[in-house]
Design a protein around this ligand. Structure first.
Ligand code: ADP
Ligand code: ASP
Ligand code: MG
Length: 411
């Protein structure tokens, strides 16, 4: 008998009918003799709706209260699923994060899980009940409700699987696995049989929202067998694994990720003295704004230009901090651009192959797409381009790196 944690995302529990379908599926797994812990998201669109409600009261909602509000979405779906299971003769009980005691730190809206109390869940499983847990939420040491950041139900699922030493954590969603790139953008994207934790972590960090970054981190750290599957279609899904296959046929690039959530800021004509980077980025990080890519030009005329990217939500705040800095250090001007996108190619195969970056640049050049920034690491190359070229860039890279699915008959 296996212990399986199954997480169902927003669209999979988006209506009462879908919740009934999930109940049918869970019942089948239960009848096959498995112990089951089910983690649910809120109905799709519900978390956004709740955030909007809060914003009608204040454009900067108090984080503690925002967590009280947005955590209700998951409380509704778990109650509904537990009812649907009991109606089918499957004993089930629902718990919020705080009832389980998923203990987190106190960073409201982006809390981290510290510890999970498994006693209640284990007792229920022993008594033959399916346990249905609210994703995305926890409780801090003072009893405040916290949430884990958007997409956080994935992390709840993986963290529970780690705490319970489950045999597998299955993430059920509206696609049948992890693809070479977002199948909604590239029709020729292919489902991957397997992807390494390391690659999945890069893909998630670089914008593929199919799994939350923290969930992949947890799964890698605690070695939780993790699979992404379609909620309502049968199929093997995608397994996230440790092993890097030594096979000759291993593609150099496993996937292409992209992100429209960034914005670019440049401070021009900065007097080039030691400590420039710190003078510019120190005040930004003191405002708690995260910086992603950074480029500093070689100085000429004793001045330099310095460019970096931040999350689009932080753009205005970063711009005013930078304008202050510009006045203080005597820089010429600050310019910014929010219409940018980041495209990244990811693959462990890059380690053993030269020329991957230049192949990427060649393919973009052929499409006349201008590269604004570049950054590389061992298993990825990222470029920033104008947002209007994003889809073209992703499609041409997908073809250039031989990732396109073979044409089906009639195509
Ligand atoms: P859920 O509500 O089930 O958590 P999400 O919307 O968070 O679902 O994640 C699933 C979505 O992730 C898919 O609908 C797909 O558009 C998107 N996605 C982005 N990149 C990828 C990828 N590489 N493979 C599969 N899906 C991807
Ligand atoms: N409901 C939350 C969100 O929309 C958490 C999740 O679905 O994973 O971000
Ligand atoms: Mg999600």
């Amino acid at each position: 008998m296996a212990l399986i944690v199954q997480k169902f995302g927003g669209t999979s529990v988006g209506t009462v009918e879908r919740i009934e379908q999930v109940a049918d599926k869970v019942k089948k797994f239960r009848e096959a003799g498995n112990d089951l812990v089910i983690v649910l998201s809120a109905m799709s669109g519900e978390t956004n709706r709740l955030i909007e409600l809060a914003k009608q009261i204040s454009d900067q909602p108090l984080p503690r209260e925002l967590d009280v509000i947005v955590s209700t979405g998951e409380q509704v779906t778990i109650g509904l699923l537990a009812m649907a299971l009991n109606k089918r003769g499957v004993p089930a009980v629902s718990y919020t994060g705080s009832q389980v005691r998923i203990l987190t730190d106190s960073s409201h809206t982006k809390a981290r899980i510290l510890k999970i109390d498994d006693q209640k869940i284990r007792a229920d499983l022993k008594a033959g009940r399916v346990v249905v847990v609210a994703g995305f939420q926890g409780v801090d040491e003072h009893g405040n409700i916290t949430t884990l950041g958007r997409g956080g139900s994935d992390t709840t699922g993986v963290a529970l699987a780690a705490a319970l030493k489950a045999d597998e954590c299955q993430i059920y969603t509206d696609v049948d696995g992890v693809y070479t790139t977002d199948p909604r953008v590239v029709a020729k994207a292919q489902r991957l049989e397997k992807i390494t934790f390391e690659e999945m972590l890069e893909m998630a960090s670089l914008g593929s929202k199919v799994l939350q970054i923290r969930a992949v981190e947890f799964a890698g750290k605690y070695n939780v067998p993790l699979r992404v599957l379609h909620s309502f279609k049968e199929g093997p899904g995608t397994l996230i694994t440790i092993d890097e296959e030594e096979s000759m046929e291993q593609p150099i690039i496993s996937g292409i990720a992209f992100n429209r959530d960034e914005a670019k800021l440049t401070i021009r004509g900065v007097p080039d003295t030691p400590g420039v980077a710190f003078k510019i980025l120190g005040p930004i990080s003191a405002t708690n704004i995260e910086v992603d890519m950074i480029v500093q030009n070689v100085a000429h005329d004793n001045t330099t230009d310095f460019t970096f990217t931040v999350h689009r939500n932080d753009y205005s705040a970063a711009q005013s901090v930078l304008e202050n800095t510009a006045r203080e250090i005597g820089a010429r001007e600050v310019v910014g651009d929010t219409n940018i996108a980041k495209v990244s190619i990811v693959g462990v195969g890059m380690r053993s192959h030269a020329g991957v970056a230049s192949r990427m640049f060649e393919s973009l050049a052929k499409e006349n797409i201008n590269i604004l920034m570049i950054s590389t690491s061992e298993i990825k190359v990222s470029v920033v381009i104008e947002e209007k070229y994003l889809e073209l860039a992703v499609r041409s890279l997908h073809t250039a790196f031989d990732l396109d699915a073979p044409a089906r008959q009639g195509e």
